[in-house]
Design a protein around this ligand. Structure first.
Ligand code: FAD
Length: 446
């Protein structure tokens, strides 16, 4: 950046992307008095973490739950963002066309008729073992390998496999690192999973209010076309309309693929290489808003035979008008064959999800108000895989090759799903604030 440009900087920091990660970074930076501008290409903030109102049904972009006890709840608490909601208290397992009460607590593990006595003992033994484990120690082992080595009864193996698929948002248990599965199981054993009143828009609105109160300037409907780099240092961004905006630091809070598209060619090769080698997780989501719930007995269903899961979130949170029901179903996919252009069958996925609703909620079609099918939505920017050493294979927020450039999102740093977005948004802000004093590391991974 030239001296003239530095004097005419439009902001100290520019944030690209108004999803959970970008809004988090904006809140922390704005509160220190920095001049922060955030650019979001969509007409509304929130990215994949928002919800839309359809006749009083607050529909998230596919199934969402707040896994409390992680970085998301920590950041929301630090920023003073209020939300309410509840946890499901009963889960059913679908196996061989029959529904069984699934063991989700110590008591239900003893009373369930899904397992024999021997299987119950094995499940309790394994959960106690997981609770005491150091997740990092198994980062180079796949979930499948860990389960094969630790579960003896076939019934326990398939139960844990089904839970793992739902927990890691992927059918590729032979790829995904066991550190993710172990850590998530530990979190869920100790902390409630919360369905949020008003949908996830509640969090986005809270973040927006917090950012604006901190003086952040938010531009929606404004697409960034690229970043501007001068001799290895960031100087600002270029908008789609050709306008340039100058800043001493820029945070790209987008998906990895969107971040890659903003980099100038031939720079930041390490980040580009890393993004190109990443394994994202896409899922197929079917969401239905109903006038009434056909079967109140089956509110949360974990399929043990196919990679499917269903939840009636309106039973536990205020997301539907009086008497109505909002149901989410999703299918976990294998990233090696989830590309519809390569023969992956989107129609089959939709049919499989409808079939799950037919089994658990027969008659749902007759009371349908609104349906939303998202055939391939990116639920995780970078799956921690055994091959890349689990979370340790993820990039850090500071981009090594370009001074002043940062990244944040569900593919950056330690944490899964929104935990990574909130955590890396906060971490990027901390790094930006420390910039003058920081000895800039050489590692891009960490
Ligand atoms: C189906 C599904 C289920 C999920 N379930 C859960 C769950 O249960 N629990 C949980 O914790 N997390 C869940 N997640 C993950 C969570 O939604 C995401 O981790 C989080 O919303 C990602 O936020 P982000 O800010 O990192 O990215 P995004 O939400 O993708 O935000 C990036 C933003 O950048 C904008 N943008 C991109 N390029 C540009 C550009 N050039 N110029 C300007 N703006 C740009 C985009 O429009 C977008 O708004 C789920 C995700 C999905 C899809």
């Amino acid at each position: 950046m030239s001296i003239m440009e530095a004097q005419n900087s439009d902001a100290d920091t520019i944030i690209v992307g108004g999803g959970l990660a970008g809004l988090t970074a904006a809140c922390y930076l704005g509160r220190t008095g920095r001049n922060v501008s955030l650019f979001e290409k969509a007409s509304e903030l929130g990215g994949r973490g928002t919800s839309q109102d359809h006749s009083g049904f607050q529909m998230n972009r596919g199934i969402h739950a707040l896994y409390s006890g992680g970085k998301a709840s920590e950041v929301l608490n630090e920023l003073g963002i209020q939300y309410t909601g509840n946890s499901p208290n009963i889960v059913h397992a679908l196996h061989g066309g029959e529904f069984y009460k699934a063991p989700i607590t110590g008591r239900s593990a003893v009373t369930t008729n899904l397992f024999s006595i021997g299987e119950k003992f094995e499940l309790i033994r394994l959960l106690l073992k997981i609770a005491r484990m150091n997740a990092e120690a198994v980062k180079e082992v796949s979930v499948q390998e860990w389960l094969d080595n630790n579960a003896n009864h076939p019934g326990i193996l398939s139960f844990l496999e089904a839970n793992a698929r739902t927990g890691v948002y992927s059918d590729a248990l032979d790829l995904v690192s066991a550190d993710l599965f172990i850590e998530r199981t530990q979190t869920v054993l100790n902390n409630p999973v919360i369905y949020i009143d008003g949908g996830w828009k509640t969090l986005v609105e809270g973040l927006r209010e917090s950012a604006e109160a901190a003086g952040v300037t938010i531009h929606t409907n404004t697409e960034v076309a690229g970043i501007e780099v001068d001799r290895g240092t960031i100087s600002g961004i270029r908008l789609k309309n050709g306008e340039k905006k100058y800043a001493s630091s820029v945070a790209l809070a987008t998906t990895p693929q969107q971040a890659l598209a903003l980099l100038p060619e031939d720079t930041s090769t390490q980040l580009a290489d890393l993004v190109e080698g990443m394994t994202p997780a896409h899922v197929a989501c079917l969401t239905v808003a109903l006038r009434r719930l056909p079967n109140p007995e089956l509110t949360v269903v974990q399929d043990l035979d196919q990679p499917r899961f269903m939840s009636v979130q309106s039973e536990y949170s205020d997301v539907a008008p009086e008497g109505g029901a909002l149901i989410y179903a999703f299918k976990q996919l294998d990233p090696r064959n989830d590309d519809p252009h390569q023969g992956s069958d989107v129609q089959q996925d939709e049919h499989d999800l409808e079939a799950l609703l037919d089994e658990a909620q027969p008659g749902w079609r007759e009371v349908l108000v609104k349906r939303q099918f998202l055939p391939r939505i990116q639920a995780v920017g970078m799956l921690p895989t055994a091959e890349t050493g689990g979370y340790s294979g993820r990039p850090r927020p500071d981009v090594k090759d370009i001074q002043g450039l940062y990244v944040a999102g569900d593919w950056v740093g330690h944490g899964f799903l929104a935990d990574a977005s909130f955590g890396s948004g906060r971490e990027a802000a901390r790094m930006i604030l420390d910039l003058p004093h920081q000895i800039r590391g050489t590692a891009t991974r960490g």
